[in-house]
Design a protein around this ligand. Structure first.
Ligand code: AMP
Ligand code: ZN
Length: 139
C-alpha cells in the first residue's frame, strides 16, 4: 500500500471501482475514462510502479489474469480484437504510478490505431546498430 496511490485505494476499498475480477494477488476494474466499451485495467494488489518491480509470482499472476480476461472482455462487449498494453514510466505516458495493464477492446472501423502508433519519430538504425542493441540487451 502506498499513501496517495489511487489504485491502492481501490484495492483497499477506499474508493469505488467497477471491479470485474479479483484474486488474492490481482484485481481488474473498468477504466473510469474508457477508450472503448469494456476498457479494463488489471493491477497487482501490491504497490509497484514498474513492471520490472514485480516479483516473478506476482508477474505471473498478473499475466494470467490478463490472458484470462482479454478474450472474456472482448466477447462480452462484442469486440473484434483488443490492444493489451502497459504505459511503463512517465516518458511512456504512465499517469498512475501503480503498474497496470490496459485491455482495450477494438472494433473494426473504430478509428483507433495499433500499438505501433505510440512511438515517436522512428529511429533510422543500421544493421550494425541493431546488432549492437540486440547484443547489449542479450548480455
Ligand atoms: P496510465 O496513463 O497508463 O497511467 O493510465 C491510467 C488510467 O487509469 C487512465 O486510463 C485513467 O482513465 C484510469 N483511471 C484513473 N483513475 C481511475 C479510477 N479511479 N478508476 C478507474 N480508472 C482510473
Ligand atoms: Zn498503489
Amino acid at each position: 500500500m502506498s499513501d496517495d496511490c489511487i489504485f491502492c485505494s481501490i484495492v483497499d476499498g477506499e474508493i469505488p471501482a467497477r471491479i470485474v475480477h479479483e484474486t488474492d494477488d490481482v484485481v481488474a476494474f473498468l477504466d473510469a475514462n474508457p477508450l472503448a466499451r469494456g476498457h479494463t485495467l488489471v493491477i497487482p494488489k501490491t504497490h509497484a510502479q514498474h513492471v520490472g518491480d514485480l516479483d516473478d509470482d506476482l508477474a505471473a499472476a498478473l499475466f494470467a489474469a490478463v490472458t484470462e480476461l482479454t478474450p472474456h472482455v472482448q466477447s462480452t462487449v462484442g469486440a473484434d480484437g483488443a490492444n493489451v498494453g502497459i504505459n511503463d514510466g512517465e516518458a511512456a505516458g504512465q499517469e498512475v504510478p501503480h503498474a497496470h495493464v490496459h485491455i482495450i477492446p477494438r472494433f473494426e472501423g473504430d478509428g483507433g490505431a495499433p500499438l505501433h502508433a505510440v512511438g515517436g519519430e522512428r529511429p533510422d538504425l543500421s544493421d550494425d546498430e541493431l546488432d549492437a542493441v540486440a547484443d547489449a540487451i542479450a548480455e
